[in-house]
Design a protein around this ligand. Sequence first.
Ligand SMILES: Nc1nc2c(ncn2[C@@H]2O[C@H](COP(=O)(O)OP(=O)(O)OP(=O)(O)O)[C@@H](O)[C@H]2O)c(=O)[nH]1
Ligand SMILES: [Mg+2]
Length: 333
Amino acid sequence: MFRDEIVLKIKAGDGGSGCISFLREAKMPKGGPDGGDGGKGGDVIFIADENYNTLYHLIHRPRYVAKSGERGWGKNCSGKGGHDLVVRVPVGTLLRDLDRNALLKDLARHDDRVVVCKGGKGGRGNQHFATSTEQVPRKAEPGRPGDERRVKLELRMIADVGLVGLPNAGKSTLLSRISAARPKIADYPFTTLVPSLGIVKISDWETFVVADLPGIIEGAHQGKGLGDKFLRHIERTRIILHLVDVSPEAMMPPLEAYRVIRKELESYSPVLAGKPEILLATKTDVTGARENAAALGKKLRKKPLQVSAATGDGIKPLVRELFGTLSRKDGMD
Ligand SMILES: Nc1nc2c(ncn2[C@@H]2O[C@H](COP(=O)(O)OP(=O)(O)OP(=O)(O)O)[C@@H](O)[C@H]2O)c(=O)[nH]1
Ligand SMILES: [Mg+2]
């Protein structure tokens, strides 16, 4: 199951209370105050972790509470601090304070972290309250309460390239060809229900990230099929790779398929509609597909790239083209 929005209640640990105690030793009947301080409460820390793709693992706990600090002890011993509570979230998670509707942090890169709730300070023990006039202080502080908040987590995937197209266009198959990702592939529509990412590696230092999205159908912006809410994930991508199945058994003739998707992108947002798009004709191993690709190119007056994920034909030039376009864009960004 995929979750891309979730509200969590979180609370940092309370500070432990300070201790009231007096030194008692055989030869010192009137020892001074020796009550230690309470420990600090644990913080709640959110960390972006590339091993997570969704927020689903977080929904089972209604509250995230860090440990409180322990109380102080005699002999000037401070209480133990409470452990921090670490919450791991996917890269691309936005954290908002729900009650103030303020952005707390955009966890955009692996290992980005933020303390969302600070643990309460421990109270001071009575050792701190002795004065020249008060030698027997019977006073210590309580610990401070830890911060408490309701936070809204919103996941936006961060990819360089977003794959869009009708169901069955071959998006997931392509991703499995160009990256180590293993999305589900099948010959029925809406196989992909949730977006997923793959990293395309040309060399150790030349990589880019591709997002595979669920198929889009006509009327997606009105909620048809899986709707268009997934499109928000490609608002942040730099290029759209638009896949059109040009095999004769495709769901729709290529030109119509192309126009349906363009219309949905345009209805979703001008940002998406204005993104650079690379046109990709898929399944060119099927008889008649190459002719259809050529005809599509003529009608649209742009030459589509062509691939067969089945045979591997055209995959390398496609990867080079994507990388080249991203690099040229880097120069302009
Ligand atoms: N002949 C041929 N079949 C392909 C090729 N690429 C994908 N297919 C087949 O097309 C069907 C759909 O492929 P998917 O990769 O699941 O398509 P998708 O675009 O991810 O589909 P959804 O997730 O439903 O939107 C599967 O049966 C694939 O085996 C190709 O290059 N050649
Ligand atoms: Mg798919």
